[in-house]
Design a protein around this ligand. Sequence first.
Ligand SMILES: [Zn+2]
Ligand SMILES: [Zn+2]
Length: 257
Amino acid sequence: MFKQKISITINTTFAREKLFSEFETLMGNLCKTGQIIGNYETPFINDDELIAFQTTLERGSLSRKYFDEYVIQRKRNLEKWCNAKLRTEVVGKTIPAYKGVCKCKKPAFYILFTYALNDSGFIDCGTCKKVVPFYKLKHLNYNDRYEMLGWETNYKACDNLQLRCTVGEKWATRQMSDPKSQLSAQGIKICNRLKELTGIPAYYYLYNYRYLSPEQDKARKCPSCNGKWLLKERLLDFYDFKCDKCNILSSFSPNAK
Ligand SMILES: [Zn+2]
Ligand SMILES: [Zn+2]
């Protein structure tokens, strides 16, 4: 991932509060297109320059070809009000390297997958396991992206609850493990929509944290259709269960001993 500096010089006497607010809204809009990853960092003013440092998946993530109508409008306003051009510059690369960005021409399938501490994207490629930046999925509209970001926030909230073990642990674990939970229903709907828009199947990952023996875990059937879903070989070094009827994936429980 990359750290990028986004800045614009203020060459006018335009109200600074309004410029700052527009600049900050632009950061929010760039999150909604997926061009900025995670939450944006608060921008700041230094003399006559508005500045923000943000994280992106690729060097070219902030390219105008990924802008939506909201980003275009904010950029246009800022450039007019500041009488200057918006600049972007890669200032560094994050270490250690994260799993990287998918370059496959046509992934075999997508996987909707995240976790509390994930700081990169949440659509993985089923061929190379790397992240698919969602600004590259051209068919997605504003509502699709809004729904996906909403699911991501909900999933991370549940994962945080189950990690902290004090409030709602059981409830949150069920949200992540049960294909019929509200969280899974939202995720599965997104997977169906991804398939409808791209023609590529999208699988939903079900969390598995059960106290049982390896034999009992392996004997479990798909929790959605009750069909066979145990894989002969581990897939992408992580998945042990896959149901092609329900488009869901899962892994052995870490407690299966
Ligand atoms: Zn790939
Ligand atoms: Zn199934």
